[in-house]
Design a binder for this molecule. Structure first.
Ligand code: CP3
Length: 343
């Protein structure tokens, strides 16, 4: 574990290059994943410990990333709260959107035991992974999870039902946030007990509402989850996508590292974010649709940043897209390793 460049960086040590992993690294960008998908459904792969561990570790072998992330999904929380969930070709779908319930809180029945299968997967990963590759655990942040719960589906990226609901039923929303946060804390603590070494909170839809409203409703919940993770001695990475200049108001009691989306240049993010918080990010995943010469030219701008900033993890500004050529994902990984970071 001590020879993990990823954990060293998180612990504040200087390393000779920035560590890297990629959001959605274990997915359709990998030919090895597509092969497994021919035989197994997504649910099967995340529920079966052997398959879950195998898929989690595919990007370690195929791309050479410095950390693995648990192969699971943020929607396991609503599922453990009693919502019927299916992963279809069009994305995740819940049986009844929470917004259609007269009393959404009464419709939920949070049961921490319904997450137990995931700890078996974590144990299997820990038992089979290389010793210098730590495992990252995660869950969705309350806003992003709530978006899928209220909307029922994840096809529309602007979640109109959710936003209307939020403005019309603020008090109910506050109670839902508390319920999601309570279960997420139990889940995070169990992941830690079973061997994850870093935790990332995904708030993909943080930019859906005005920052002031986000701060009022969701900052307290993020702080609670951060505190629960950090009191176990585990570093906490917060990914509030599209938060914009709101990153200025993220305080060190909310995270150790903040994951920056591709909208904000990394140097600008560095100026905005509190000096005591490290950065992760923020390559535009769609850059990987271009040819390798263009990719390399665009990546070169990160060398200067990386030469000066040791508290930085290279990642994407959002996850890999399914149709990105694997060769370009591999090119990116190799580029990070062969670059002279002038440190
Ligand atoms: O990053 C990883 O490799 C770890 C595994 C992981 C998945 N989902 C696997 C997955 C993680 C960390 C997530 C998080 C997640 N899930 C988020 C937040 C991060 C982000 O990408 O924005 C969100 C919003 C979800 C909800 C979700 N799950 C959607 C909208 C979809 C369908 C669209 C899509 O990207 O495929 C999923 C399904 C899903 N989750 C897949 C994978 C590999 C696709 C399953 C398949 O191969 O068909």
């Amino acid at each position: 574990m001590n020879d993990s460049i990823f954990l060293k960086t998180l612990a504040g040590e200087k390393t000779e290059r920035p560590p890297f992993w990629f959001m959605r690294q274990a997915g359709r960008v990998l030919p090895s994943y597509m092969k497994l998908k021919e035989k197994h459904t997504f649910w099967e792969m995340m529920q079966n410990p052997d398959l879950g561990a195998e898929v989690t570790l595919l990007p370690v072998d195929d791309l050479g990333v410095d950390a693995a992330i648990l192969f699971s999904d943020i929607l396991v929380i609503p599922y453990a709260m009693g919502m019927g969930l299916e992963f279809t070709d069009r994305g995740p779908e819940f049986d009844i959107p929470l917004s259609e319930r007269a009393d959404p809180l009464a419709a939920l029945n949070p049961d921490p035991e319904k997450l137990n299968y995931i700890y078996n997967v974590i144990q299997k990963i820990v038992a089979t992974k290389p010793s210098n590759i730590p495992l990252i655990g995660f869950c969705g942040a309350p806003l992003t999870v709530l978006c899928y719960m209220l909307e029922g589906i994840g096809r529309s990226k602007d979640f109109p039902v959710t936003i209307k609901y939020l403005y019309q039923n603020k008090e109910t929303v506050k109670q839902l946030i508390d319920a999601i946060t309570d279960l997420s804390i139990i889940y995070a603590k169990e992941q830690i007990k079973n061997g994850i070494k870093t935790f990332q909170l995904f708030d993909t839809h943080a930019g859906l509402i005005p920052f002031d409203l986000y701060k009022e409703l969701f900052f307290p919940a993020v702080k609670r989850i951060a505190q629960a993770v950090r009191e176990e001695g585990i570093p906490f990475i917060f990914f509030p996508k599209d938060l914009g200049t709101g990153v200025q108001q993220v305080t060190p009691d909310m995270c150790d590292y903040i994951s920056i989306d591709w909208q904000t240049p990394i140097e600008v993010a560095r100026q905005l974010v509190d000096d005591n918080i490290g950065l992760q990010g923020n390559i535009d995943p769609r850059l990987l649709y271009s040819d390798q010469k263009t990719i390399e030219n665009s990546l070169n701008k990160y060398i200067d940043f990386g030469s000066k900033n040791h508290n930085w993890i290279i990642n994407l500004g959002h996850g890999f897209l399914p149709d990105i050529p694997y060769e370009n994902a591999k090119f990116l990984a190799d580029w990070i390793k062969r670059t002279d970071w002038r440190r």
